[in-house]
Write a protein that binds this ligand. Structure first.
Ligand code: PLP
Length: 409
């Protein structure tokens, strides 16, 4: 029988590599016990007891909300106090000298969706790096766009500006609107962060290519920014967004998932930056409609939590301090893995900070299966193994790189 679905919905099957690996972890844990299983699959921060981290001050503020804030509807665009807090948290000392507006979204995912929807046309290509968070692809295909990629790294394992430039040129020659998504700093899955000099090159390329009736919309997906070693230095690139050409729209995908450990509350914001007031107004108007039709409005509790934290600078300092402690543990895990990888001669992609380290390999599934025999669970991606150091305690990281090196031989 032919499908009951409309043609655009037919043949869609969601394959989630991460959750398959998570299920395998569950089975192994039941059979062999937690102590004997190394779970490097999950993209959430866990403490040294392998328990999901919820920052204590965030939890405290959340649990003390009144019943209206727990049960009530929020506004479609999001509370002004939430939106201004999201903007402050995004830019800190590096606010561009431009119009900046935010619209609340369902996590960073919702921000990315709204951005693609409103800045590209049906059938358009959307550009990102070859190493990327897998959902970018379905976020495009589900709304009848397609994801195209450039090579993220050159032969020196630096940002591949030549590949970026040639792909921008190729796509903008074929379409009037081009959406570009760069996941930095602390990229998923490599942990790479573009330097300020690399951002200068990126901005020069987009500015040169957005002329006449061609427009480019460029987004920094900053999901992991709050785990950078220096909160100010990792944001200096943002200031450069006020040098975007008139035909370039800048955006940031803000998320409370990682930075405030509220993954399941699904709270984020799409933040737009432009020197042109009309462009910013258009952005807000179109985005609010997308919010209204996709999810109506979002978690009032999560929005209020961020607003309350920002209302009291002592609370904000406390959250920063708690996060810094966990970021230090994360760094300790990554440092240990990196040191042992070097000793074991294991090649890994350049890591600055963030939740994951990636090992490039020709046959990731085979390598992952070898590791599974030792109850080590990682995520096989298209071109490598993703190791979630965010979830593995230091004592289990010890010796891991040598085993991974064996698996990719
Ligand atoms: N961007 C990247 C690179 C991610 O890894 C994630 C989540 O894992 C997100 C965006 C979106 O997260 P959320 O929708 O929970 O904010």
């Amino acid at each position: 029988m032919s499908s009951r679905l409309a043609s655009h919905a037919q043949g869609k099957v969601f394959v989630d590599e991460v959750f398959d690996a998570v299920a395998a972890v569950g089975r192994a844990t039941t059979q062999f016990g937690k102590a004997n299983v190394l779970n490097a699959t999950i993209g959430s921060l866990c403490d040294e007891q392998e328990k999901l981290v919820l920052l204590p001050t965030v939890e405290n503020v959340f649990r003390n909300l009144n019943s209206d804030d727990i049960a009530g509807y929020a506004s479609v665009r999001g509370f002004p106090e939430y939106l201004s807090a999201a903007i402050e948290q995004t830019f800190k000392n590096s606010k561009p000298d431009a119009y900046i507006e935010a619209v609340a979204t369902s996590g960073g995912t919702g921000a990315i969706h709204n951005f693609i929807w409103n800045f590209s046309n049906l059938g358009d290509a959307v550009l990102t790096h070859d190493w990327h968070w897998q959902p970018y692809s379905v976020l495009c295909s589900d709304i009848m766009r397609r994801l195209e990629t450039f090579a993220f790294f050159d032969e020196n394992q630096k940002f591949n500006i030549k590949s970026f430039e040639s792909k921008v040129r190729e796509l903008i020659a074929k379409q009037d609107n081009l959406v570009i998504i760069l996941n930095t700093p602390n990229h998923n899955p490599t942990g790479y962060s573009l330097t300020d000099a690399e951002w200068d090159q990126v901005i020069a390329v987009v500015n040169q290519n957005a002329t006449g009736k061609k427009t480019i919309a460029i987004m920094a997906d900053i999901a992991y920014i709050d785990y950078a070693a220096d909160p100010n230095q990792c944001r200096t690139f943002m200031k450069k967004f006020d040098t975007l050409a008139p035909n370039v729209f800048g955006a940031f995908a803000f998320s409370m998932s990682k930075g405030f450990t509220l993954y399941g509350q699904r709270m984020g914001a799409l933040i737009g930056v432009s020197k042109d007031k009309q462009a910013i107004d258009e952005f807000v108007n179109a985005s609010v409609i997308t919010c209204r039709t996709r999810w109506s409005n979002l978690s009032r509790a999560a929005m209020r939590t961020l607003a309350e934290i920002y209302k009291d600078k002592a609370l904000l300092a406390q959250v920063d301090q708690e996060r810094r402690q966990y970021a230090a543990i994360l760094q300790q895990r990554a440092d240990l893995f990196v040191a042992e990888a070097k000793t074991a001669g294991l090649n890994f992609l350049p890591y600055t900070a963030g939740f994951f380290i990636t090992i490039p390999t020709d046959d990731p599934v085979a390598a992952s299966n070898i590791l599974r025999q030792s109850n080590i669970f990682v995520v096989p991606m298209a071109k490598g193994l993703r190791i979630a150091v965010c979830a593995v305690p230091v004592n289990k990281i010890r010796g891991l790189a040598a085993k991974v090196a064996e698996s990719v031989k």
